[in-house]
Ligand binder design. Structure first.
Ligand SMILES: Cc1cc2nc3c(=O)[nH]c(=O)nc-3n(C[C@H](O)[C@H](O)[C@H](O)COP(=O)(O)OP(=O)(O)OC[C@H]3O[C@@H](n4cnc5c(N)ncnc54)[C@H](O)[C@@H]3O)c2cc1C
Length: 140
Protein backbone atom coordinates (compact mmCIF):
# COMPACT_ATOMS: atom_id res chain seq x y z
CA UNK A 1 0.00 0.00 0.00
CA UNK A 2 1.47 3.38 -0.99
CA UNK A 3 0.83 6.63 0.91
CA UNK A 4 -1.40 7.72 -1.98
CA UNK A 5 -3.79 4.86 -1.21
CA UNK A 6 -5.05 6.72 1.85
CA UNK A 7 -5.77 9.86 -0.13
CA UNK A 8 -8.99 10.52 -2.02
CA UNK A 9 -9.83 10.44 -5.66
CA UNK A 10 -10.17 14.14 -6.43
CA UNK A 11 -12.41 14.92 -9.38
CA UNK A 12 -12.01 18.40 -10.81
CA UNK A 13 -15.15 19.82 -12.40
CA UNK A 14 -18.77 18.93 -11.67
CA UNK A 15 -20.00 19.06 -15.25
CA UNK A 16 -21.27 16.01 -17.09
CA UNK A 17 -17.84 14.38 -17.16
CA UNK A 18 -16.69 15.01 -13.60
CA UNK A 19 -20.04 14.27 -12.01
CA UNK A 20 -20.37 11.00 -13.90
CA UNK A 21 -16.86 9.88 -12.93
CA UNK A 22 -17.41 10.71 -9.25
CA UNK A 23 -20.82 9.03 -9.07
CA UNK A 24 -19.80 5.98 -11.06
CA UNK A 25 -16.61 5.37 -9.06
CA UNK A 26 -18.56 5.79 -5.85
CA UNK A 27 -21.21 3.35 -7.05
CA UNK A 28 -18.71 0.71 -8.16
CA UNK A 29 -16.55 1.08 -5.03
CA UNK A 30 -19.71 1.09 -2.89
CA UNK A 31 -18.52 4.17 -1.09
CA UNK A 32 -15.21 2.60 -0.03
CA UNK A 33 -13.02 5.00 -2.04
CA UNK A 34 -13.00 8.52 -0.59
CA UNK A 35 -13.99 10.82 -3.43
CA UNK A 36 -13.95 14.61 -3.47
CA UNK A 37 -15.69 16.55 -6.24
CA UNK A 38 -14.34 20.06 -6.79
CA UNK A 39 -16.09 22.84 -8.66
CA UNK A 40 -16.10 26.61 -8.47
CA UNK A 41 -19.91 26.58 -8.49
CA UNK A 42 -22.07 24.65 -5.98
CA UNK A 43 -24.44 23.57 -8.76
CA UNK A 44 -24.42 21.16 -11.68
CA UNK A 45 -25.53 23.03 -14.79
CA UNK A 46 -27.46 21.09 -17.44
CA UNK A 47 -25.50 22.60 -20.28
CA UNK A 48 -27.10 20.67 -23.10
CA UNK A 49 -30.51 22.04 -22.06
CA UNK A 50 -29.50 25.68 -21.74
CA UNK A 51 -31.05 26.66 -25.07
CA UNK A 52 -34.44 26.07 -23.43
CA UNK A 53 -33.85 28.93 -20.98
CA UNK A 54 -34.96 31.22 -23.80
CA UNK A 55 -38.51 29.90 -23.43
CA UNK A 56 -38.80 31.47 -19.98
CA UNK A 57 -40.30 34.91 -19.68
CA UNK A 58 -37.35 36.99 -18.55
CA UNK A 59 -35.38 33.84 -17.78
CA UNK A 60 -36.49 34.10 -14.15
CA UNK A 61 -36.86 30.55 -12.78
CA UNK A 62 -33.66 28.78 -13.69
CA UNK A 63 -33.75 26.11 -10.99
CA UNK A 64 -34.47 23.39 -13.57
CA UNK A 65 -31.08 24.04 -15.21
CA UNK A 66 -28.91 24.32 -12.11
CA UNK A 67 -29.18 21.48 -9.62
CA UNK A 68 -27.44 22.00 -6.23
CA UNK A 69 -24.55 19.57 -5.88
CA UNK A 70 -25.59 18.96 -2.27
CA UNK A 71 -28.83 17.51 -3.65
CA UNK A 72 -27.18 15.55 -6.48
CA UNK A 73 -24.71 13.96 -4.06
CA UNK A 74 -26.96 13.46 -1.05
CA UNK A 75 -27.32 9.69 -1.58
CA UNK A 76 -23.63 9.12 -2.29
CA UNK A 77 -20.37 9.10 -0.34
CA UNK A 78 -18.90 11.77 -2.61
CA UNK A 79 -18.08 15.01 -0.85
CA UNK A 80 -18.12 18.40 -2.51
CA UNK A 81 -15.40 21.00 -2.16
CA UNK A 82 -16.02 24.47 -3.52
CA UNK A 83 -13.14 26.35 -5.12
CA UNK A 84 -11.51 27.44 -8.34
CA UNK A 85 -8.66 25.21 -9.49
CA UNK A 86 -5.51 27.30 -9.87
CA UNK A 87 -2.85 24.65 -10.35
CA UNK A 88 -1.98 20.99 -9.88
CA UNK A 89 1.29 20.10 -8.19
CA UNK A 90 2.30 16.70 -9.51
CA UNK A 91 5.25 16.37 -7.11
CA UNK A 92 3.25 16.88 -3.93
CA UNK A 93 0.10 15.33 -5.46
CA UNK A 94 -2.10 18.23 -4.54
CA UNK A 95 -4.51 20.63 -6.21
CA UNK A 96 -4.31 24.30 -5.35
CA UNK A 97 -7.66 26.04 -5.16
CA UNK A 98 -8.40 29.66 -4.41
CA UNK A 99 -9.94 28.30 -1.20
CA UNK A 100 -7.10 26.02 -0.10
CA UNK A 101 -5.18 22.89 -1.06
CA UNK A 102 -6.56 19.39 -1.65
CA UNK A 103 -4.20 16.39 -1.60
CA UNK A 104 -5.10 13.58 -3.97
CA UNK A 105 -4.32 9.92 -4.37
CA UNK A 106 -5.67 9.92 -7.92
CA UNK A 107 -6.83 12.97 -9.88
CA UNK A 108 -9.52 13.11 -12.55
CA UNK A 109 -9.75 16.27 -14.61
CA UNK A 110 -13.09 17.32 -16.11
CA UNK A 111 -12.83 21.07 -16.23
CA UNK A 112 -14.67 21.48 -19.52
CA UNK A 113 -13.77 22.91 -22.87
CA UNK A 114 -14.26 25.95 -25.05
CA UNK A 115 -15.45 26.22 -28.63
CA UNK A 116 -12.98 25.93 -31.50
CA UNK A 117 -13.71 27.91 -34.67
CA UNK A 118 -11.30 26.26 -37.10
CA UNK A 119 -10.81 29.52 -39.00
CA UNK A 120 -14.37 29.37 -40.34
CA UNK A 121 -15.03 32.93 -41.55
CA UNK A 122 -17.52 34.72 -39.30
CA UNK A 123 -17.90 31.85 -36.84
CA UNK A 124 -16.28 33.63 -33.92
CA UNK A 125 -17.86 37.04 -34.55
CA UNK A 126 -21.40 35.90 -35.29
CA UNK A 127 -22.02 33.00 -32.93
CA UNK A 128 -22.83 32.96 -29.22
CA UNK A 129 -20.99 30.75 -26.75
CA UNK A 130 -23.29 29.58 -23.96
CA UNK A 131 -21.45 27.87 -21.13
CA UNK A 132 -23.35 29.08 -18.08
CA UNK A 133 -26.85 30.12 -17.07
CA UNK A 134 -25.86 33.78 -16.90
CA UNK A 135 -25.23 33.92 -20.65
CA UNK A 136 -28.32 31.85 -21.45
CA UNK A 137 -30.44 34.31 -19.46
CA UNK A 138 -28.91 37.28 -21.25
CA UNK A 139 -29.98 35.76 -24.57
CA UNK A 140 -33.50 34.90 -23.36
C1 LIG B 1 -26.54 24.41 -25.72
C2 LIG B 1 -25.62 23.19 -25.73
C3 LIG B 1 -26.09 22.00 -26.26
C4 LIG B 1 -25.26 20.89 -26.30
N1 LIG B 1 -25.75 19.74 -26.83
C5 LIG B 1 -24.99 18.63 -26.83
C6 LIG B 1 -25.49 17.41 -27.33
O1 LIG B 1 -26.62 17.31 -27.79
N2 LIG B 1 -24.67 16.33 -27.32
C7 LIG B 1 -23.40 16.41 -26.81
O2 LIG B 1 -22.70 15.39 -26.82
N3 LIG B 1 -22.90 17.56 -26.33
C8 LIG B 1 -23.64 18.66 -26.32
N4 LIG B 1 -23.13 19.83 -25.83
C9 LIG B 1 -21.77 19.82 -25.32
C10 LIG B 1 -21.78 19.35 -23.88
O3 LIG B 1 -22.51 20.26 -23.08
C11 LIG B 1 -20.34 19.30 -23.42
O4 LIG B 1 -19.65 18.38 -24.21
C12 LIG B 1 -20.27 18.87 -21.97
O5 LIG B 1 -20.92 19.82 -21.15
C13 LIG B 1 -18.84 18.74 -21.54
O6 LIG B 1 -18.86 18.27 -20.22
P1 LIG B 1 -17.63 18.51 -19.28
O7 LIG B 1 -17.96 17.88 -17.96
O8 LIG B 1 -16.38 18.13 -19.97
O9 LIG B 1 -17.57 20.10 -19.12
P2 LIG B 1 -18.60 21.10 -18.48
O10 LIG B 1 -19.98 20.57 -18.56
O11 LIG B 1 -18.29 22.42 -19.09
O12 LIG B 1 -18.17 21.14 -16.94
C14 LIG B 1 -16.96 21.71 -16.52
C15 LIG B 1 -17.10 22.04 -15.04
O13 LIG B 1 -15.84 22.46 -14.57
C16 LIG B 1 -16.00 23.62 -13.76
N5 LIG B 1 -14.77 24.38 -13.85
C17 LIG B 1 -14.16 24.85 -14.97
N6 LIG B 1 -13.00 25.45 -14.68
C18 LIG B 1 -12.88 25.37 -13.33
C19 LIG B 1 -11.86 25.76 -12.41
N7 LIG B 1 -10.74 26.38 -12.82
N8 LIG B 1 -12.04 25.52 -11.09
C20 LIG B 1 -13.17 24.88 -10.65
N9 LIG B 1 -14.15 24.46 -11.47
C21 LIG B 1 -13.99 24.70 -12.79
C22 LIG B 1 -17.21 24.35 -14.33
O14 LIG B 1 -17.84 25.15 -13.34
C23 LIG B 1 -18.09 23.17 -14.77
O15 LIG B 1 -18.99 22.78 -13.75
C24 LIG B 1 -23.93 20.97 -25.79
C25 LIG B 1 -23.47 22.17 -25.23
C26 LIG B 1 -24.31 23.27 -25.20
C27 LIG B 1 -23.78 24.56 -24.60
Amino acid sequence: MSPADDLPLVVLGAGYAGLTVAQEVDRRARGSLPTVLVDRHPVHVLRTELYEVGRLAGGSDVSAWAVPLSKVLERSSVSYRQGTVESIDLDSRSVRLDTGTVPYGQPAIGLGSVAAFYHVPGAEEFTEQVYRLTRARQLA
